[in-house]
Design a protein around this ligand. Sequence first.
Ligand SMILES: NC(=O)c1ccc[n+]([C@@H]2O[C@H](COP(=O)([O-])OP(=O)(O)OC[C@H]3O[C@@H](n4cnc5c(N)ncnc54)[C@H](OP(=O)(O)O)[C@@H]3O)[C@@H](O)[C@H]2O)c1
Length: 247
Amino acid sequence: MSKRIALVTGGIGGIGSSICKQLSADGFTVVANYIAPEEAKAQAWLAAERAAGKDVHIALGDVSNFESCVAMVAKIKAEVGPVSVLINNAGITKDGMFKKMSLDNWSNVINVNLNSVFNVTKQVVDDMLAAGWGRIVNMSSVNGQKGQFGQANYAAAKAGMHGFTKSLAQETASKGITVNTISPGYIGTEMVMAIKQEVRDQIIATIPVGRLGKPEEIAKLVSYLVSDDASFITGSNVSINGGLHMF
Ligand SMILES: NC(=O)c1ccc[n+]([C@@H]2O[C@H](COP(=O)([O-])OP(=O)(O)OC[C@H]3O[C@@H](n4cnc5c(N)ncnc54)[C@H](OP(=O)(O)O)[C@@H]3O)[C@@H](O)[C@H]2O)c1
């Protein structure tokens, strides 16, 4: 069997790059999506990964823009092949209390975190259906499950992702495709490490396990969900939050 191709959006970010590393180790041909301002970082990432012997590619595309996703996936298909594993991982935050939240901050967060899931999945699902096998993992957040002060936009987008997961999972289950959501708690990426130590310590104090999660722990979960062993798991929302939110 030829190698399966995995597309990871936001693939050179904190969690995304760990997922790429793990899926490459699992034997996938990995394509890491990035946006234009990350060009230099993406080229450096690609050079380092290839120097380490990895079968990786990069793909420029703005996941919040449908036409950009059409062009990106067409290029991947022509140059690498059809995508059979999609990790919808790209995301942003633009926090602020709802009273002060601008329409821009609402729309940007919904576009990058939620509309992106439509934009990218739409480009790959037909090939998965034709192949009779596919894996889609949507990276949500604990804050999509419980809400969060100052994150009405982000929590709405992340909760919306799981509605998408459950619906598409039902539509594709009989065709060998699984669709799942992962909801991480606080993970020690640059985004979280940039929070002031004092505030971070307060956050950690609320996590029963007593520490931040590691990007590698998210990557291991992705690895399992996209494996053949996980073919009976679909439409689920897997929490990985150190006990921060239990329900
Ligand atoms: N870190 C956490 O504690 C945590 C917890 C729960 C859920 N999550 C979710 O996990 C995912 C990854 O988060 P992370 O911590 O790894 O954040 P990150 O390091 O900021 O990675 C996100 C990546 O997505 C990219 N991106 C942003 N807008 C994009 C667009 N329009 N098109 C394509 N790529 C775009 C970012 O590029 P730029 O850097 O240029 O913006 C970045 O490379 C996100 O969906 C996030 O919401 C993270």
